[in-house]
Ligand binder design. Structure first.
Ligand SMILES: Nc1ncnc2c1ncn2[C@@H]1O[C@H](COP(=O)(O)OP(=O)(O)O)[C@@H](O)[C@H]1O
Ligand SMILES: [Mg+2]
Length: 251
């Protein structure tokens, strides 16, 4: 069973091609994680699913429907949400206003309120701060708010770009536990994650992206390979990234 498929995706920004034929099958009810060196195209892969970059070739199929050319707001309507990199909350707005923004496609205000209460159930610290400005939140709380805002639209698939970036280990653990809860309730998550420890803890499926291509794909045990660990999760730069292991696999 597949919820989302990327089939031979070639995409980028104007004349700058970043992805060169990416195939991915995302299974429902799982946490799939994209890892890979800086600049490999991880964020671009998420943007390709949300129509935030240019797609030259290939297709995006969601729930059996070809959505490659669908406008972003229609994707939201079909249950796809995105949590962009860098905890992008609206800092001039209160926590409540941020959450309400997440449900902007819903005109039924009673439904929005019900949704708000459900979402706050996942993130109790936000409840106490509903009328405070989002900028007064800690980094971890802002990340919670970014995720909570995505949940407001009752998505079936959430795309998350490096949700643990810049968070203390304890906060990161909390966030990942929440993400697992959300998945246990039936949501599917596709995320980009660079932190080795958190990938080990959270990934059901792993895609290693390198220079705009899926170099490796597998379950969590893919990370047991010392070369993969060292190359992709050790914080190495780009060019020296590909070691003997991947050369062997790829050639
Ligand atoms: N909006 C954009 N316009 C032009 N180039 C971009 C844009 N966003 C990203 N890029 C370029 O695309 C390449 C891949 O970026 P990205 O997908 O963000 O990589 P990753 O998330 O794996 O670090 C980088 O070289 C980056 O400079
Ligand atoms: Mg990125």
């Amino acid at each position: 069973m597949t919820l989302l498929s990327l089939k031979g995706i070639e995409s980028g920004y104007g004349k700058l091609q970043i992805l060169f034929g990416v195939d991915m099958d995302i299974r429902p009810g799982k946490i799939s994680v994209i890892i890979g060196p800086n600049g490999a195209g991880k964020s671009t892969a998420l943007k390709s699913i949300f129509n935030l970059c240019d797609i030259y070739k290939g297709s995006v199929v969601y729930k059996g429907k070809n959505i490659t050319r669908l406008p972003t707001h229609e994707r939201i309507g079909m249950g796809i949400a995105i949590v962009p990199q860098g905890r992008q909350v609206f800092c001039g707005l209160t926590v409540r206003e941020n959450l309400e923004m997440g449900a902007y496609l819903t005109t039924d205000s009673a439904l929005v309120e019900r949704r708000l209460q459900e979402v706050l159930g996942h993130f109790p610290p936000l409840r106490a701060k509903l009328s405070e400005n989002a900028y007064s939140l800690s980094g971890g709380q802002q990340q919670m708010l970014a995720i909570a805002r995505a949940l407001m639209q009752d998505p079936h698939l959430i795309l998350m770009d490096e949700p643990s970036l810049g968070l203390a280990p304890k906060t990161m653990k909390e966030i990942f536990a929440k993400i697992r809860d959300i998945v246990d309730e039936g949501c599917t998550v596709l995320m980009v994650e660079q932190n080795a420890k958190s990938v080990c803890e959270i990934a059901d499926e792993i895609f290693v992206l390198e220079e705009g291509r899926v170099a490796l794909h597998g379950g969590r045990k893919l990370l047991n390979d010392p070369q993969v660990k060292h190359i992709y999760l050790g914080g190495h730069g780009h060019k020296e990234g590909r070691g003997p292991y991947l050369n062997k696999v790829l050639t």
